[in-house]
Design a protein. Structure first.
Length: 393
């Protein structure tokens, strides 16, 4: 399997575009690049200077660049394997990150071990950076557990299905660590669709008023399922921060170096007591919203092909090759590692045990509850009825 086969187009402003779903591709093509977009690597892999953010990646070594490339390649391989497993009936659903690897790896590698991350359900690359075993991400989508990992082991919360609610959790946690006097920070991930939720607006309000050390990292992949961003906002999303009294910045979400630098800057602000920041990583969702979605019903091939020409992985590979920071031996070895990862993931999923049917009643109340006891007994009787049928009674 080829490990670098997708995503990205030069960004454009989302403000003011009014179009039906059928006209979206034409409207997007006509818009130019955003002059406020932070970019350190062009789609061709050329390093460009940025007076404000260069210092956050100035000391990056060739080994670290290869590490970022490896992170993105292996994250994509894992994601592709999970999609295949769902198509083969091994998972109930899967939310692919295809095309968003740079945003996730760049921001994820900017965090420190003592920072705390609150994801949605698509942050597989961030989970990788936080040291969560990728096989643990699949238990929930297979229906055998409610998450699969201890959030406090990696300071990485469980996936959140309710759209936007994790931003409130992140804000509350950030307010708490600030009161405790910690110098760590919090990152809350969400998408452009979640930016329309009231929970996100409330999070912005509370974080601003209480000067909470939180970075709101919005992966604007331009499609909230079938709704394009321009049907949700009249201004670029990062500009919303101005109304709440804290800074916002738009970064090229297909540029792993820029995402790394901007997130480091935002986290530095948070740890230094300067409060929240909104980072809008302008990227593209190459695949479906989830495997239950058919994106061909609401967007055309032309738009996707334009973004495929600016693939985030290919962009860094071009830079590595042009800078003589990686040779064919490195890429060949990584190809073998990615195949081994895919095999391990597939075997692990198929070996997952069935869940304990009664685990659903655990940890509902701290001290137990009579109603839960009654429901547990009713469920036990229901389960026993199947045994009676199988036994011929």
């Amino acid at each position: 399997m080829t490990v670098e086969s997708t995503a990205a187009r030069k960004p454009r402003r989302s403000a003011g575009t009014k179009s039906t779903a059928g006209k979206t591709t034409t409207a997007r093509k006509s818009q130019g690049a955003d002059p406020e977009l932070v970019q350190l690597l062009t789609p061709e892999g050329k390093r460009v200077k940025n007076a404000e953010y260069d210092k956050y990646v100035a000391g990056i070594t060739p080994e670290e660049l290869r590490g970022l490339y490896r992170d993105m390649v292996l994250t994509r391989r894992f994601d592709a394997e999970a999609t295949s497993l769902q198509r083969q009936g091994e998972l109930g659903l899967w939310a692919s990150l295809l095309g968003q690897e740079a945003a996730q790896i760049g921001s994820g590698r900017a965090t420190r071990e003592d920072d705390y991350v609150f994801p949605t359900y698509r942050e597989h690359g961030v989970a990788w950076c936080r040291g969560v075993d990728p096989t643990n991400l699949l238990g929930m989508f297979r229906g055998v557990n409610n998450g699969g990992w201890d959030p406090n082991s990696n300071n990485f919360q469980l996936y959140t299905i309710v759209i936007g609610s994790q931003t409130l959790h992140a804000t509350g946690y950030a307010m708490g660590i600030a009161k405790d006097g910690a110098d760590s920070a919090v990152v809350a991930y969400f998408g452009d669709g979640a930016s329309s939720q009231g929970d996100v607006a409330e999070s912005f309000t509370f974080s601003a008023v209480y000067n909470a050390p939180v970075v709101f990292f919005c992966q604007n992949n331009q499609w909230a399922i079938s709704e394009p961003t321009e049907k949700q906002t009249r201004v670029p999303l990062y500009q919303r921060a101005q109304g709440f009294g804290f800074p916002g910045v738009r970064v090229d979400g297909n540029d792993v170096l820029a995402c790394l630098a901007v997130t480091k800057w935002a986290l530095e602000r948070a740890r230094g007591g300067e409060g929240p920041t909104l980072v809008e990583a302008y990227t593209y969702r190459m695949g479906a919203h989830t495997t239950s979605d058919d994106p061909t019903r609401y967007r055309g091939d032309e738009e996707r092909q334009a973004w495929e020409a600016k693939d985030p992985i290919l962009r860094l590979r071009r830079h590595l090759e042009a800078s003589n920071h990686a040779d064919e031996g490195f890429f060949a070895e990584l190809e073998g590692e990615s195949e081994a990862l895919g095999k391990r993931v597939r075997e692990a999923v198929r070996a997952m045990p069935d869940p304990d049917h009664f685990a659903i009643f655990e940890n509902v109340y701290a001290d137990g509850h009579a109603l839960v006891d009654e429901e547990r007994a009713q469920f036990a009787a229901y389960q026993a009825s199947f045994a009676d049928v199988e036994g011929g009674h």
